[in-house]
Design a protein around this ligand. Structure first.
Ligand code: MN
Length: 254
C-alpha cells in the first residue's frame, strides 16, 4: 500500500517549519497530554500504545475475510475511505500546527474540541479505521478468552448477551457511526455508540473511555454486499473479530 505521508516532501517541509508554527500551537500542544485522562495502556505492558498518523499495511488480503466481509468492500474501504481520513488528518495537522512527530493521536483526540471539525472527523476517522482493521482477522477464534471473557461475563452475564447488546447498539445508531466496547474510567466494560467518526477518546464524546473494540456501521462498510441490511452485516462481522488482539488490548488498558 502506498503511503504518501511517510517521509514525503510535505512532511519533511512541515517538520522543518514546525518550529515557527509550533510557537503558535504551543498552548494546545502543552495542554493536550493533560486531557488524556489515563486512557492509555500502562507503560511497558508490551503492547503498541499509540496509533500512528499514517495508514499501516493491512495484516491480511482484501479477500481474507470472505464470505463475511467481501474483497471489494475491503479494498474500497481501505484504499479510498480510510486512506482519505489519513490524508485529510495530515492536511489538518499541517494547517492547525499539530506536530505529528511529537504528538500522540490519542492525545489529539482527548483535546479535539480545540480543533476544527475537519480535524475531529479525520483524526477520529483515521484512529477508528486503524483499530477496525486490527480488530478483524481471517478465521479467528469465535469468542474471547482469559480476562476479557471473564470481564464480559461479569458485566453482561454471558458472551451471547454481550453480542446482542453490541449488535443492538450498532443497529440503533442512526445514520453513520461506530458501536463500541469501552473500558471506562472505573475500569468497567460498557457498550455504546458514537456518531460519524467520533470515538470514546474524544473530549466531545458522550461515551467516554478506552475503545477496546469498535464496529464500523457506516454504509461504506457493508452496502456492496449487504445493501440496507445492517443487521446481517453485524451478525457476519462477529465471525471475523480478532479476539486475541482485542483481549490483549483490554489487558493493556487495565
Ligand atoms: Mn469506515
Amino acid at each position: 500500500m502506498e503511503n504518501s505521508f511517510n517521509g514525503s516532501p510535505n512532511r519533511r517541509e512541515f517538520i522543518k517549519t514546525g518550529g515557527k508554527a509550533g510557537l503558535a500551537a504551543g498552548l494546545s500542544l502543552t495542554i493536550l497530554p493533560a486531557l488524556a485522562k489515563g486512557y492509555h495502556k500502562k507503560e511497558g505492558a508490551g503492547f503498541e500504545e499509540s496509533i500512528p498518523f499514517h495508514q499501516q499495511p493491512l495484516a491480511y488480503d482484501y479477500k481474507a475475510l470472505e464470505p463475511h466481509i467481501d474483497a471489494a468492500t475491503m479494498e474500497l474501504h481501505y484504499t479510498k475511505h480510510a486512506a482519505a481520513y489519513a490524508k485529510n488528518l495530515n492536511d489538518a495537522c499541517g494547517a492547525e500546527h499539530v506536530d505529528t512527530q511529537a504528538t500522540k493521536l490519542e492525545d489529539l483526540l482527548a483535546g479535539i474540541s480545540k480543533f476544527t471539525p475537519k480535524m475531529r472527523n479525520n483524526a477520529g476517522g483515521h484512529y477508528n479505521h486503524e483499530l477496525f482493521w486490527k480488530s478483524m482477522a481471517p478465521n479467528p477464534q469465535g469468542k474471547p478468552s482469559g480476562k476479557l471473557l471473564t470481564a464480559i461475563e461479569k458485566e453482561f452475564t454471558s458472551f451471547d448477551a454481550f453480542k446482542t447488546k453490541l449488535s443492538d447498539a450498532a443497529k440503533a445508531r442512526f445514520g453513520s457511526g461506530f458501536a463500541w466496547l469501552v473500558l471506562n474510567a472505573d475500569k468497567k466494560l460498557v457498550v455504546g455508540s458514537t456518531p460519524n467518526q467520533d470515538n470514546p477518546l474524544m473530549d466531545v464524546s458522550e461515551l467516554k473511555g478506552f475503545p477496546v473494540l469498535g464496529l464500523d456501521v457506516w454504509e461504506h462498510a457493508y452496502y456492496l454486499k449487504y445493501h440496507n441490511l445492517r443487521a446481517d452485516y453485524v451478525t457476519a462481522w462477529f465471525n471475523v473479530v480478532n479476539w486475541d488482539y482485542i483481549g490483549q488490548r483490554y489487558e493493556s488498558a487495565l
